[in-house]
Structures are given as C-alpha cells and as structure tokens.
Design a protein around this ligand. Structure first.
Ligand SMILES: C[S@@+](CC[C@H](N)C(=O)[O-])C[C@H]1O[C@@H](n2cnc3c(N)ncnc32)[C@H](O)[C@@H]1O
Length: 252
C-alpha cells in the first residue's frame, strides 16, 4: 500500500525524535548512531561541514547534534540587527551561529516540528549563552510567522524531507521581506535522475529519495517570486545526488 503524506511526515518526525534523544549524530567515519541522520559517506553530513573556528566556539553537544548537509551560515550574508529564520532547526547549530552574527539587536528563529529536537535546541542555546533566539514548533509548509517579517531564511538538509515542497517555497516567499535572501543547504539531484532513480539511491527519511532536482529547485523558487536563483553543487553524497547551496533574492 502507498505511504500517505501524513505517514511519511510521521516517519520523518520519528526518525529525528530518535536522533535528538539518541545523543549523537554522524561519527567521523560517516557511520550513524541508531539511524540518527541522513544517509551518506564520511564528511557528507554533520559537524565536518563547519570549520574549526565555528566548532570551537560552540558547546560540544551542539556540534554533535548537527545533522545538516552543508553550512548555510557560511553562505548566507547576515548583517547586524537582521531577523533570520532556520527551517528545520534540529539541535540548533545554525540558529546559534546566526544569532551571534546578527548580534543582540537581531533575532534568530528556529522552526521544527519535532518536540525532542526543540528541547535539544533550547538546551544547546542556553549552554551557548545566546539570548536572541526563539525556537518555534510547527511545520515548514505553514510557517508560524507573519508575512514579510524575515530578512534571511536559512535551512540545512530539511526541504528534501518535506511532503509538500511547493508549499514550503511559497511560505518562504511569504515570510521574507522584499529584497530579503535565502541561503539554503540541501540534497539536490542532477536533472537526469527521475524520482524513481533518486529513490533507488537512498531512503526518504535519510534525505535522499525526496530531493528536488537542480532544475526543479530553480523553477520552484522563481515561480514563488525569487530572483538571482542559483543551485550550486558542493559535494556528491550518492551517484548524481549532491549537497548543494541554494541562493536567491525575493523580488522587490
Ligand atoms: C536532517 S535534520 C537537520 C537539522 C538541522 N537543520 C541541522 O543542520 O542539524 C532535519 C530536521 O528537520 C525537521 N523537519 C523535517 N521535516 C520538517 C517539516 N516538514 N517541518 C518542520 N520540521 C521538519 C526534523 O524534525 C529535523 O529536526
């Protein structure tokens, strides 16, 4: 029997709840604790994608909780006083790094649907002593923030997990201010791969089967109202599937 969207979302939630309570993510050799993270080889996901200076400035638990496929804080240009939103904030690493970048006059929001991840992120933010953060419970397909309230949306290996990508892209466009930016890390497929071929390369909850292709990402963001859209591959995580940096600016 086919899996419904609700069942798929519940599988994703359960997988990341287990990751949050399992106490570890990807090991240096690429293996994972208790099904804890996206599927890939050594260095494809997690803390290895952050430079030593960033890792050293964070509590160890925050670094270990990293389950992303890139480092959106390295690509998103964040300025003092800005409001940043991280979609699928997990253990909070990118929210904490962003909060420091925008400073005390700025705000960093993290949005996640998994209670266990929200609890972990709040603990990590307290340990890192950052105060300008807010962790919100909700789904990225219906962002619980007002229209045009965010300067920059970041996300790290989450949009591939969504069961309704057009809704996510429309919601990003709704909450970003005109002229606001996106800096997203995600798993992205080469255009030559069909949906079936993507699914042969890994599971949905493991961040592979649900990936958009490069062309689908670009077209979806342009349809949602973004300009200067680019999807740049950074590292291959499976045959024809890549960690990628997705950028764009909302039309004024
Ligand atoms: C692969 S982890 C990435 C976590 C974090 N961005 C990082 O880099 O460590 C995916 C996260 O997205 C959350 N998530 C997945 N689908 C979601 C959705 N539709 N709405 C909200 N959160 C979602 C999960 O609960 C999990 O915390």
């Amino acid at each position: 029997m086919a899996t419904t969207a609700d069942e798929l979302r519940e599988q994703v939630r359960a997988r990341y709840a287990a990751a949050a309570t399992g106490g570890c993510g990807c090991n240096d050799d690429g293996s994972c604790c208790g099904n804890a993270c996206c599927e890939g080889g050594a260095g494809d996901f997690g803390e290895a994608l952050y430079d030593r200076t960033q890792r050293d400035a964070l509590p160890e638990a925050t670094v270990l909780a990293s389950l992303g496929c890139g480092n959106p804080t390295a690509v998103a240009e964040l300025r003092e006083g800005e409001t940043v939103l991280d979609l699928g904030s997990g253990g909070g690493i990118d929210v904490i790094l962003s909060a420091r970048r925008v400073g005390p006059t700025g705000t960093a929001y993290g949005l996640d649907m998994t209670d266990e991840m929200l609890a972990l992120a709040r603990r990590n933010a307290a340990d890192a002593d950052v105060r300008n953060v807010h962790f919100l419970k909700g789904v990225i397909e219906a962002i619980p923030l007002p229209a045009e309230s965010v300067d920059v949306v970041i996300s790290n290996c989450v949009i591939n997990l969504s069961v309704d990508k057009p809704a996510v892209l429309a919601e990003i466009a709704r909450v970003v201010k005109p002229g606001g930016r996106i800096g997203i890390s995600d798993v992205v497929a080469e255009d030559r791969l069909s949906a079936g071929e993507r699914a042969e390369r890994g599971s949905y909850v493991g961040c592979i089967a649900g990936a958009l292709s490069q062309g689908e990402y670009e077209a979806g963001l342009e349809a949602a109202g973004f300009e200067r859209v680019s999807v740049e591959f950074t590292h291959e995580v499976a045959d024809g599937m890549h960690g990628a940096i997705v950028r764009g600016v909302k039309a004024r």
